[in-house]
Design a protein around this ligand. Structure first.
Ligand code: ANZ
Ligand code: ZN
Length: 840
């Protein structure tokens, strides 16, 4: 409070001490923490490290409540671990490339860099006003050339290891803007700007070969016990490993029709074939027929649908007969070939054998187009009839209508049929993944340029490492439509070939921003390194991230890509661990009136306003108190008020004692029942908060325990006469209160710590330990006899067992001297009253 001394006289000051002036104390402590560098981290081999990481934000301009929640959770963990003696790294940075900056440039004529850097400055100010314990010296921004230089360098290493390639792939194309659109720019199939129907167009694109790591990405999920099951399940499904077979049918014209099936046991039940409408074979099959044009139209329509829609079970299945037939290689039956919307080009072979009796999608298709349904697997104890069944039977059963395989169990037949097909050269075992290679090309400006050049003589050549970074040019035009703005910069476009020195042009694609965020946690370990993305020894010291915290919306892509990067870097010998994130916490959403806060719903509460009105400590406390971290949290103005009142209550409690405690040494001797009760409360709260924060991240219950502790301290203050109050114990209680509150409400804790005579930052104090014996409260006074003579009286816990009581009694020196050198013949005890030891 010395801050106020210059402005007020002592009388006024006394009154002001009663008031909790967050707007004075919060900036004051933020400044001190900065000046004293208390969150600066360095490697220290003598200490166990702890890496706490929150997913870094996109610098949209302002913090939202989701951020506040994410970073408040991370800050509690970080501060708690520091107090527990760990060498904690807690960095922050900016996922700063991306489309909104470019839209701002088009709409408002601001350069994406200016827009981004000013947003970063504002959000950094807001983060600082929350009092979060970041080591700002480790700050990174992915749009800074010092960072994207290494993103480019990593791209080239991936290329050298055969993990980068180019191929034609469909992009969203707006025909009237004549430009490629990002997925986010396509709204209900239309261009966000001009509302024309978006088409798919094939363009040459860059890919990372993540499928080469599919098996490891799947298997290593088992090495992540600290991840939520739901996230692991999502990753598991995204990778989507299927085992089965590839089988080759022949068309009557002699074309190969190779299908992927997980159910080779049903091959005798095939009644038609389906090809994805955009499959190149379709043109050949229909060449010169009446169907050709109609099927082309149909294919065009289907290509506008997303794969997710095409796969949806409730989607209306539509198809067309191609006019062609195929021959089933197992029974030589002739079956019609269709195209249909439910078969995807990008999965398996893009061709499916239709088995309507055993696959629900095929069943619906067959009923719609009047195709036969042929049962080849019968459930035990039931007789299915293809003509009348109402849904497919997808389970295992007994083989029928399947030649030499009849009578077998279908699981067994599945293996036998593959063996048979392998023998005959018709098919073979095959594993398929749903995971696709990672398309990283973006036809946009505000991203890391892909470091390649095109030379007429030498081809597609990587930029030499010494020439990195390939800087984003500033002489570009941002206008709606047209190609990537990079193509408008002649200084960028025209370069020389690193191999032959002749004229060359630069690649104008930039990288998906998920590339930037796939390695930022490694850069934090060594953020200023100018000769490498990071030094291995530094990464080895800090990695893995012990606790990663972020939204569940990143459960699949970001986490998968970061895991992929880590595995590749491991294989290159750059890191020592194959997984980046040891433990993962996915926080729930912040809701208001039952739905996620969003501009369009008009239910947004601005963190900055809340902080101005109540202070950061209240905002943090509320958001941690209102729900367990994984759950969704409903915003409540009353809840915020309540937390504010609570902090005021803590404030007044401490100041009501501060003067009296000034010359009192902290202590924990107890004599009265009330003292014992208070001591028990102190230790029970320490125990509860330690366990709730350290083991379960149950911040809400930890805070309510602290609230109960405050109630107990008030009761003690108000119910015990001043003369009888045990001030050393009160001081001990208040200090514990402040220590426990410190990770949640760091500013008020610092101020009250000082008021209680603490020197140095409360955040550098050790986390308190509890004394188990202080938790025992319900005691009885027991008479201790030796050979029937009263020798002692002992306070012990009510209900203590004879065994425990005996051990305790024998360890008392007063008793021991009566027993020494003698033999115990018998112990007689009356529970909770008396124990008599008979010796000889
Ligand atoms: C015949 C069959 C019979 C099938 C049966 C299933 C059940 P998962 O498990 O997801 O890998 N399929 C194959 N390629 C496809 C594509 N490009 N688009 C849509 N569907 C495709 O699914 C594999 C099964 O999905 C394959 O096994 C195939 O249908 C279908 F009783 O073949 B099945
Ligand atoms: Zn060349």
């Amino acid at each position: 409070m010395n801050l106020l001394c210059t402005k007020y006289d002592i009388g006024e000051l006394k009154q002001l001490e009663e008031r909790y002036l967050f707007s004075e104390i919060e900036p004051k402590w933020q400044k001190k923490w900065d000046e004293q560098d208390i969150y600066k981290t360095r490697e220290d081999s003598g200490k166990q490290k702890y890496y706490v990481l929150e997913m870094f934000p996109y610098p949209s301009g302002n913090l939202h409540m989701g951020h506040v929640r994410n970073y408040s959770i991370g800050d509690v963990v970080a501060r708690f671990k520091v107090m527990q003696g760990y060498n904690v790294i807690h960095p922050m940075g900016w996922d700063a490339f991306g489309l909104p900056a470019e839209n701002a440039a088009i709409q408002r004529g601001i350069h994406p860099a200016d827009w981004t850097w000013s947003n970063i400055a504002n959000m950094k100010r807001q983060l600082k006003s929350m009092g979060i314990s970041y080591d700002w010296e480790r700050e990174v921004a992915t749009c800074h050339p010092d960072y994207y230089k290494w993103t480019q360098w990593l791209f080239i290493q991936f290329y050298k290891h055969g993990l980068v390639y180019k191929k034609k792939a469909p992009v969203n194309w707006c025909p009237s803007c004549a430009t490629v659109l990002a997925n986010e720019q396509v709204v209900e199939g239309r261009c966000e700007r001009c509302e024309s129907v978006v088409e798919k167009k094939d363009l040459e694109q860059w890919f990372f070969k993540i499928t080469a790591y599919a098996d490891r990405l799947l298997e290593d999920l088992e090495k992540l016990p600290g991840w939520p099951d739901k996230v692991k399940i999502m990753q598991h499904n995204w990778i989507g490993k299927s085992t089965g077979a590839e089988v080759t049918f022949k068309t009557e014209a002699g074309h190969d029709l190779t299908v992927f099936t997980t159910r080779p046991d049903t091959i005798f039940g095939v009644t038609y074939m389906v090809i994805a409408p955009e499959h190149p074979l379709v043109e050949e099959l229909t060449k010169g027929t009446a169907e050709a044009e109609r099927i082309k139209e149909f294919a065009k329509k289907v290509r506008q649908m997303s794969n997710i829609d095409r796969m949806a079970t409730d989607m209306e299945k539509e198809g067309m007969f191609t006019g062609a037939y195929a021959i089933n290689p197992l029974n030589q039956e002739r079956v019609p070939i269709f195209v249909a919307n439910y078969v995807l080009m990008e999965y398996g072979t893009g061709i499916v054998m239709g088995v309507p009796a055993h696959d629900q999608r095929d069943f619906e298709f067959a009923r719609k187009y009047d195709l036969p349904v042929k049962v080849v697997v019968q459930p035990e104890g039931e007789l299915l009839d293809g003509a009348t069944m109402e849904q497919a039977f997808p389970a295992e059963g007994i083989m029928v209508n399947s030649g030499q395989f009849n009578g077998m169990n279908s699981d067994e037949a599945l293996e036998k049929i593959i063996d048979y097909m392998e023998e005959k050269g018709i098919g073979r075992r095959q594993v398929n993944f749903r995971l696709r290679d990672w398309l990283i090309s973006r036809q946009r400006y505000w991203g890391a340029p892909i470091p390649f050049v095109y030379c007429d003589k030498c081809g597609v050549i990587p930029v030499p490492e010494k020439d990195l970074p390939v800087l984003l040019p500033t002489d570009v035009e941002f206008r709606p439509g047209g190609d990537s703005p990079l193509t408008t910069s002649s200084s960028f476009m025209n370069t020389t070939c690193p191999e032959c020195g002749g004229p060359a042009t630069r690649e104008t694609d930039t990288m998906d921003t998920f590339v930037d965020s796939s390695w930022y946690f490694l850069r934090y370990c060594d953020p200023k390194n100018e000769s490498a993305p990071f030094a291995k020894d530094k990464a080895d010291y800090w990695m893995n991230v012990d606790q990663y915290i972020g939204g569940v919306e990143h459960a699949i892509l970001h986490l998968m890509y970061a895991r992929f990067f880590t595995k590749v870097l491991y294989d290159m010998g750059m890191v020592s661990s194959e997984e980046p994130f040891q433990n993962l916490l996915t926080q729930g959403m912040v809701l208001k009136d039952g739905s996620k806060m969003s501009k369009s719903k008009g239910n947004v509460v601005s963190p900055e306003e809340i902080i101005n009105q109540y202070g950061a400590d209240t905002a943090r406390l509320f958001i941690l108190f209102a729900a367990p971290p994984e759950r969704d949290l409903e915003w409540s103005d009353q809840g915020v008020e309540g937390c504010f009142r609570f902090l005021n209550r803590v404030w007044r409690l401490v100041y009501s004692y501060a003067d009296r405690l000034a010359r009192v040494e902290e202590g924990n001797q107890v004599s009265t029942k009330a003292d014992k009760e208070l001591r028990r409360l102190i230790h029970a709260t320490v125990k509860k908060v330690t366990e709730d924060v350290g083991q379960r991240f149950n911040f809400n219950t930890a805070i309510s325990a602290i609230m109960e502790m405050v109630n107990g301290l008030y009761q003690y203050r108000d119910n015990i006469s001043e003369a009888e109050q045990n001030l050393p114990l009160v001081k001990n209680g208040l200090k514990h209160l402040v220590l426990l509150l410190a990770p949640f409400a760091p500013h008020i804790a610092e101020e009250l710590w000082e008021a209680l005579g603490g020197t140095g930052s409360v955040h550098l104090e050790s986390w308190p330990k509890f004394d188990p014996s202080a938790l025992e409260m319900d005691e009885v006074n027991i008479v201790v006899q030796v050979n029937g003579k009263v020798r002692d009286k002992l306070d012990v816990l009510r209900g203590i067992s004879e065994e425990e009581l005996k051990a305790k009694v024998l360890s008392e020196p007063k008793i021991a001297k009566h027993i020494e050198g003698k033999q115990i013949v018998k112990v007689i005890s009356v529970p909770d009253k008396l124990i008599n030891i008979v010796v000889k």
